[in-house]
Ligand binder design. Structure first.
Ligand code: UD1
Ligand code: UDP
Length: 354
């Protein structure tokens, strides 16, 4: 006699660009698992077509079941309104678990809404720390980790960070889900990608992104970054797909971008093509630091610290405030082999029961 499949219901909350990319990997795996049903909530934190819809269409992500459209007001107000709406969805859907990615306001809203209803929380990309509590992301990740029941870490350092905060149960080092996404993009799009207005065959390209609040909201730092980048234009043609937050800050603080080539935010395949074609990356993005490594492109991090310390140790990454990359350049094994999504699904099936 055939046994009925017991369906595990997971509600996932996403809201910001990097989360759509990570969710693309797991959503496809969940779709092909007959015993898991995923309900996706898009908080609306990112809402421009180039910051949201483009990822759903390019990466063929099944549309969110719930779109909350919350993106106005201060951080506390938006996080609070997200919680209010997520709670309503949780009361309707009654899931077995809540899954959140990373460290955005949407992550925190998802985690807190679930924990208040005693729904177990799964945190993907747990344990990262910058040890800089002025970063909104640092607060979001500490809070999320401390209410999570299952913590999936990209790195060994992530595991250690959690243990140092006395979190000891259900921590899994599974590798980095963004590596799965990059490998998939290379498989699916290969070299057939065009970036309008950029000649990818040039041999001195450098990709750059800037969006961190600590950089955009401090006029002096923002100006210093652009001065630094302009010094680098003697060596490189720097292409900067501009985050809307940075676009506003540049205008507000009247920053001269000099010789940097500004373009609109690009889709994921275009960003992978830009990285692959670049000699170097300049960025304050968490995701881009790793993707630069996946393409074996050295990266200069435009911040005072990084959560991805293994890249610095392995000589692929340096802070812009330090002179040289560490030598020799080594491989970083701990991001896995592109099977992070599969490992997460396996552990979810093994550990979470309905
Ligand atoms: C957020 C995350 C950050 C992540 C980044 C990914 C938090 C605290 N920060 O930062 O960790 O690295 O997303 O990109 O959650 N805006 C638009 N259109 C959009 C999206 C944003 O115009 O589609 C503008 C709005 O003016 C908004 C500002 O950008 O107020 C900042 O957006 P927000 O989502 O608050 O933070 P990010 O800087 O994008
Ligand atoms: N990205 C993109 N287009 C862009 C800029 C970034 O597709 O114009 C992708 C990038 O390849 C990476 C992710 O967005 O996968 C990183 O997001 P972001 O830098 O916004 O956030 P962070 O990783 O810092 O949280």
């Amino acid at each position: 006699m055939e046994r009925a499949v017991v369906m595990l219901k997971i509600v996932t909350v996403v809201g910001a660009r990097p989360q759509f990319i990570k969710a693309a990997v797991l959503r496809e795996l969940f779709e092909s698992s007959p015993d898991i049903k995923e309900i996706l909530i898009h908080t609306g934190q990112h809402y421009d077509v180039s910051m949201s819809d483009i990822f759903f269409s390019d990466l063929n992500i099944k549309p969110a079941e719930y779109k909350l459209g919350i993106n106005t007001g201060g951080p506390g107000q938006t996080t609070g309104r997200m919680m209010e709406e997520i709670e309503k969805v949780l009361q309707i859907e009654k899931p077995d678990a809540m899954l959140v990615y990373g460290d955005t306001n949407s992550t925190l809203a998802g985690a807190l809404s679930a924990v208040k209803l005693h729904i177990p929380v799964i945190h993907v990309e747990a344990g990262l720390r910058s040890f800089n509590k002025r970063m909104p992301e640092e607060i979001n990740r500490i809070m999320t980790d401390h209410v999570s029941d299952y913590l999936f870490c990209s790195t060994e350092t992530g595991v250690t960070n959690l243990q140092n905060e006395n979190i000891s149960k259900n921590i899994f080092h599974v590798g980095d889900i963004m590596y799965d996404a990059t490998l998939k993009a290379i498989r699916d799009f290969g070299s057939n990608v065009v970036v309008p207005g950029v000649d990818l065959s040039k041999d001195n390209l450098a990709i750059c992104t800037i969006h961190r609040a600590e950089n955009t909201d401090a006029p002096n730092i923002l100006k210093s970054i652009f001065d630094y980048l302009n010094e680098q234009t003697h060596l490189y043609e720097i292409i900067l797909p501009l985050h809307p937050r940075t676009e506003k800050a540049l205008k507000e603080h009247s920053v001269d971008v000099g010789n940097i080539r500004i373009i609109s935010p690009v889709g994921y395949p275009q960003m992978q093509a830009l990285l692959a074609a670049s000699k170097i990356a300049f960025t304050d993005s968490g995701g881009l630091q790793k993707e630069a490594y996946f393409h074996k492109v050295p990266c200069v991090t435009l911040r005072g610290e990084t959560e991805w310390v293994e890249l610095v140790d392995a000589g692929w990454n340096r802070l812009w405030t330090s002179e040289e990359f560490a030598q020799p350049r080594l491989l970083v094994e701990e991001y896995g082999s592109g099977d992070t999504g599969e490992k997460i699904v396996k552990y979810i099936k093994e550990y979470i029961k309905n």
